[in-house]
Each structure stands twice: as structure tokens, then as C-alpha cells.
Ligand binder design. Sequence first.
Ligand SMILES: Cc1cc2nc3c(=O)[nH]c(=O)nc-3n(C[C@H](O)[C@H](O)[C@H](O)COP(=O)(O)O)c2cc1C
Length: 201
Amino acid sequence: MSAPYILVLYYSRHGATAEMARQIARGVELGGLEARLRTVPAVSSECEAVAPAIPTEGALYASLDDLRHCAGLALGSPTRFGNMAAPLKYFLDGTSSLWLTGELVGKPAAVFTSTASLHGGQETTLLSMLLPLLHHGMLVCGLPYSEAALLETRGGGTPYGASHHAGGDGKRALDEHETALCRALGRRLAETARRLESAHA
Ligand SMILES: Cc1cc2nc3c(=O)[nH]c(=O)nc-3n(C[C@H](O)[C@H](O)[C@H](O)COP(=O)(O)O)c2cc1C
């Protein structure tokens, strides 16, 4: 049996959401739990296309067991037309077996996203990402306004989850407030998971 961990599960095409995932993982570790970074393969219009089992770089692909055994979940996606990206939705659509057994019920979860434009759908994406997690019976962790960065940010950052404004060219790095909020979300998730686990011990 492995030590309790938070699964930081994301899709990222150009790296912005991946950098958020790494900052959330730092926050998870500050909150006293291990972070397991996992991604999902791209989906292809060529239905016969098969990705190699191990990606050429970055995090490993998530398995259902990574999700089944996590103490909590941080789920991240780039915004695509105000919604999560298809590869992440595709992975979630394959989680019915966990829904049938109720294995995610009562576990804490949080969401994060990156956009090209500041008002291009961060909040709709975050809320839509919560829907399948609520169907799984997970407990939602947002960001409270006691996090000073939430009021001070001129970029991303919402009470529904962490967000990042990457700019039209995708090159705007996470600023100090966006970074602080990613870490705060990871930390809050880890601390909540620890509290829930000790309450059930
Ligand atoms: C098909 C598609 C749809 C997109 N839709 C939006 C959108 O609705 N709003 C927005 O601000 N950015 C949109 N973007 C831009 C991405 O959200 C943005 O570049 C993001 O930072 C990419 O994250 P990544 O570096 O993790 O791939 C879209 C990009 C693609 C490819």
C-alpha cells in the first residue's frame, strides 16, 4: 500500500497548465502529502491512432488506479471554448467503473485552468470541470478570500479554483499571485485530505 497522495491530473498542449500543475504539487507537499503528477494523451481524429504507453516527456499518463487510490484530486485543463479540453473529458468519461463502486465519494477535489484571454472562460471552465467530480461524490475545495492574492491579482485567480492568463501568444508566465494561488489550492487540498483521512482512521 503506497503512502497517501494527491493526484494532480492535467492535460496541457503548450505547457501553461503543466506549470500550474507543478505549482499545485508544490502546495500539496507544503500541506504534508505526496503529489502524484499525471497527464492524459491527446485524442485524435484518426480513431485508429494509438499513443505510446509512455509519453516522450513530462508526466506519465494517468491510470484508473492512480485515481482510485488517491486521497484527493487536483484536475487541470486549458480552457477550450469555455470548457475543458477533450483529452481530459475523454479520460473522465472512462471512469464509470469508479462511479459504480463509489470509490471517489467523500474525497476532496479542486480544479485549475489556463486561458489565452483574461475573460475568455476561466470560470465557466472551472465550474464545468467540477460537474463530473460532483457526480463522483467528491468534496469541492475552492479558494477562500482569506488568500490575499485573490483580491490583489491582476491576472488569474478565482474562488472556484486556480487560473492563469497565458496571453494570446501563450507566453505569459505565472505571476506571483497566480503562483501563490496554485500553491494555496494544493496546500488546502492536502490539508483537507489529511483531516478527512484522520477523521476516518
Ligand atoms: C481549440 C482551442 C480553444 C480555445 N479556447 C479558448 C477560450 O475559450 N478562451 C481562452 O481564453 N483561450 C482559449 N484557448 C487558448 C488556451 O486556453 C490557452 O492557450 C492555454 O493557455 C493553453 O494551455 P496549455 O499551455 O496548458 O496548453 C483555446 C485554445 C484552443 C487550441
